[in-house]
Design a protein around this ligand. Structure first.
Ligand SMILES: [Zn+2]
Length: 411
């Protein structure tokens, strides 16, 4: 590994450093207490990147590495997922070290791990006794830990009883009807034993006024098109900057291009992209777009021709910064939204995902159904779309008034 780093095959950035013996995952004394362990990005010769866990001697922790490789290459998970899960494994191994436990056997004490995650190892300068990790972060770490341990059981690195400590058998009655399968029958499923309750918040949604102000504050046709694709087609940031010109079917019909999807639409396709863009959905999907998006696209094409940046196959390319014509990077989307938010005089910065939330909420408010939202957003599970089931007050009033109309009370 050291030699590989010396040859520059692997790149290091933003390691998450924690104090633990990287050899056995414990402060064992034999391998030296307080050895730093970190999540570490590995770039393969093909350009594909995944995250692993290494110790301060740059030695890979084999069990963690096998799991993270499996996630990235076997399960086709995004680079960002392996980064989050590598961070989770580092925390789990650090807890094992701090409490003198063997990581293979510590699953029975996961409630203590939850407590430790909540209060220990603050690097943020939080006051003593204050919670340092919120419920969402803790649940994310627990998900990564479960995956790591279940994989270790599968490989024979950890005993089989660990599975029973991680999961219990449950039926599907608590799932929404749509998630129970077509026949609606109950089924047994594995349910995680340890999960911290999360208070459901309303989704972060951009108001119509703010969306219009944001569009007016855009300084180029490209930026307007990007804002519209996020806010009126609901694409994720990575899906938007991963779009290729061939994915844009804005003619009235696209049968000449071998596509039977009616009307103007975009195709969201998962590919390995040089700009790091990654479509989260494994399934490709076609998303219909409205007239505003098509018009913005026409204006953008004219702008791109003017800037002599037509070479790239990507839809969104650098027009105003070097390298000219190169595919836009993920961070550039946030930068342009932040700058437009400031110019628009908004009291907060609009994030790409808030525009996606607005799209989904608008579809629901306009009488859309949850399966339509699921399909449009490319959610694998309908439970992900349920967050948008917050009817606007007017929809609640309409629902009551419909009852009034169909059941007239005798006067
Ligand atoms: Zn098409």
């Amino acid at each position: 590994m050291l030699a590989a780093v010396a040859r520059g095959r692997f790149l290091v950035s933003e390691p998450q450093v924690l104090s633990v013996c990287g050899f056995c995952g414990r402060c064992c004394g034999r391998h030296g207490q307080g050895v730093e362990m970190r999540a570490f990005p590995v770039r393969m010769p093909s350009g594909v990147q995944y995250w692993t866990v290494i110790d301060s001697d740059l030695r890979v922790v084999p069990a963690a590495d096998a799991y993270l490789r499996h996630l990235r290459f076997g399960r086709d998970a995004a680079d960002s997922t392996t980064k989050a899960y590598a961070g989770a494994v580092v925390l789990y191994l650090s807890w094992c070290a701090a409490t003198g436990q063997d990581w293979r056997l510590a699953a029975e004490r996961l409630p203590s791990f939850v407590l430790w995650l909540r209060y220990a190892l603050s690097t943020s300068g939080a006051a003593a006794g204050a919670a340092v990790r919120g419920p969402r972060r803790i649940n994310c770490v627990l998900a990564g830990t479960r995956g790591f341990l279940a994989f270790a059981v599968d490989r024979g690195d950890a005993p089989a009883q660990v599975l029973g400590q991680l999961y219990e058998l449950a039926d599907s009655r608590d799932l929404p009807a749509e998630a129970r399968g077509e026949d609606g029958a109950w089924r047994l499923r594995m349910k995680a034993r340890h999960r911290v309750p999360v208070v459901k918040e309303r989704v972060d949604r951009v108001s119509d006024e703010d969306a219009v102000a944001l569009l007016k504050a855009c300084r180029s046709a490209r930026d307007r098109l990007l804002v519209l694709i996020l806010g009126r087609a609901g694409l994720r940031r990575g899906e938007a900057v991963g779009l290729r010109r061939e994915d844009v079917h804005f003619a009235v019909e696209s049968s000449a291009a071998g596509c039977e999807f009616p009307g103007s639409h975009l195709h969201v396709v998962r590919r390995q992209n040089v700009n790091g863009a990654w479509a989260k959905s494994r399934q490709s999907r076609a998303v219909p777009v409205d007239r505003l998006v098509v018009q913005a696209h026409d204006q953008y094409v004219a702008e791109r021709v003017e800037q002599a940046a037509m070479d790239s196959d990507f839809l969104f390319v650098n027009l105003f910064r070097a390298p000219l014509g190169a595919p836009m990077k993920l961070g550039a989307v946030n930068d342009l939204l932040a700058a437009a938010s400031r110019r628009a005089g908004l009291d907060h910065v609009v994030h790409p995902h808030a525009l996606r939330h607005s799209f989904a909420s608008n579809v629901m408010d306009a009488g859309g159904t949850i399966d339509e939202v699921q399909q449009l957003l490319g959610h694998a599970s309908i439970s992900s779309s349920q967050v948008y089931l917050h009817p606007a007050p007017q929809r609640l009033r309409d629902a009551v008034e419909r009852v009034g109309q169909s059941h007239q009370v005798a006067r």
